[in-house]
Design a protein around this ligand. Structure first.
Ligand code: AMP
Length: 418
């Protein structure tokens, strides 16, 4: 099936062709016709499936279908995303796919000056891509009018809830007109997502591409058992011996990201860290250097890395496993995208065995282990409770309660035997 057969108009087909896409991805095949019909859609799709084009292409077409407005442009499409990076990427997709259409778009997020955003909005735009906090600030200042929104998109809804945006989302919903088209994209479907979908969507059509909670099958997953104290050394060893060129590494804390990036640089592996303490400018630069190949390793915390979209990202490494198993699926979704193969490695120490079990339960698969010569874990070291330290609230359901069988208290009492 071609993009043309999906019913897309010529200006969009031209833009898609320029991107080099020949066939629509599964999510695009399903989503595009439904959205063009004006249906509400609940889509289960991870980053890397082509979901962004899946909603931006039909929305651009719908804008053109309706009679042109007289006078100042009004915000007709609103896309909410959890992070600035994702907002910027969606905005870029809209610019790319909409380059032969007359619509204007702008991206709104915090951490940068508000005045340029106010003046852009004052001139009038058709499409706004925003993170919730700044959008609400602008609304409070009466700098944006959302009462003419025809289509509302909630992208990476599960992540939005994880980041505590549920109240902001509700506030935004209250500002929108009752009659509108709604699209909700989420990689996972927790009960909270289902509740939100019930509130937001009007007899939605459910489409799902990757099986629910299933790690992308194109990704080869490997566990490297290692002691905590030797993780940084093993990281250097893996990058050097395998000659990994473009590696995204996840750490649990900002501090951990800095320390690892420093150690890699000391070992002549060009690395940069991105996390919430860095300015937007520094984050954008690190990402651009990484994409251009000037930086070989990007070390990131979950929030900072969210939505990073890089084609053919060959290696994703979990320097530490995430506390929430769904985050593992999100993280490894950065590799093996759009039909290409990728590799996801996880460095796992004894403290993380419980987390690993939970991940394997979620993805319904045992991940193969490789012990690297010289890094065999010391069997006499006992598990210690994991320090979270990432300074953000987690939903109750994913609080670091490791098991229901009392092993938490065992962990808390544990210590090194020697
Ligand atoms: P997304 O899931 O939206 O983050 O998209 C993942 C990547 O797939 C992006 O880098 C897109 O440029 C790419 N992509 C989207 N649609 C297609 C397609 N039909 N064929 C090939 N690549 C695509």
């Amino acid at each position: 099936m071609s993009f043309k057969e999906l019913g897309l108009i010529d200006p969009l087909l031209r833009a898609v062709k320029e991107q080099g896409y020949t066939t629509p991805t599964p999510i695009q095949k399903q989503a595009i016709p439904l959205i063009l019909e004006g249906k509400d859609v609940l889509a289960g799709a991870q980053t890397g499936t082509g979901k962004t084009a899946g909603f931006t292409l039909p929305l651009l077409q719908i804008l053109g279908d309706k009679a042109p407005q007289k006078g100042k442009r009004r915000v007709r499409v609103l896309v909410l995303t959890p992070t600035r990076e994702l907002a910027a990427q969606v905005a870029e997709s809209i610019k790319t796919y909409g380059k032969y259409l007359p619509f204007t778009s702008t991206v709104i997020f915090g951490g940068v000056g508000i005045n340029p955003q106010i003046s852009t909005l004052r001139k009038g735009v058709d499409i706004v891509i925003a993170t919730p906090g700044r959008l609400l600030d602008l609304e409070n200042q009466r700098a944006i009018d959302l009462s003419h929104v025809e289509c509302f998109v909630l992208d990476e809804a599960d992540r939005m809830l994880d980041m505590g945006f549920v109240h902001d989302i509700k506030k935004v919903l209250a500002l929108l007109p009752k009659k509108r088209q709604n699209l909700l994209f989420s990689a996972t479907f927790s009960d909270d997502i289902k509740k939100l979908a019930d509130k937001l969507l009007n007899s939605p059509t459910l489409i799902e591409v990757a099986r629910r909670n299933t790690a992308s099958e194109q990704v080869e997953q490997i566990i490297y058992p290692v002691d905590k104290a030797k993780k940084r050394e093993l990281m250097v060893h893996l990058i050097k011996t395998n000659n990994w060129k473009q590696v995204l590494i996840f750490t649990r804390t900002k501090h951990g990201a800095n320390r690892l990036s420093e150690q890699l640089n000391k070992n002549k592996i060009n690395a940069a860290a991105i996390h919430g303490n860095k300015s937007q400018g520094a984050r954008t630069k690190a990402l651009a250097d990484f994409k251009a190949g000037a930086v070989r390793v990007l070390v990131a915390t979950d929030i900072a890395a969210r939505g990073i979209d890089i084609d053919q990202l060959p290696h994703v490494v979990n320097f530490e496993l995430p506390n929430v198993p769904e985050d593992y699926v999100h993280r490894i979704g950065r590799t093996g995208r759009a039909g290409r193969e990728g590799e996801a490695a996880s460095l796992v120490c004894v403290d993380e065995h419980e987390l690993l079990r939970n991940i394997e339960k979620l993805i319904k698969k045992k991940i193969p282990k490789i012990i690297v010569e010289g890094f065999r874990p010391d069997p006499t070291i006992e598990a210690e409770p994991i320090q979270n330290g990432r300074g953000r609230a987690r939903p109750k359901s994913s609080a670091p309660k490791q098991t229901n069988d009392g092993s938490k208290s065992r962990r808390q009492n544990s210590r090194r035997r020697r």
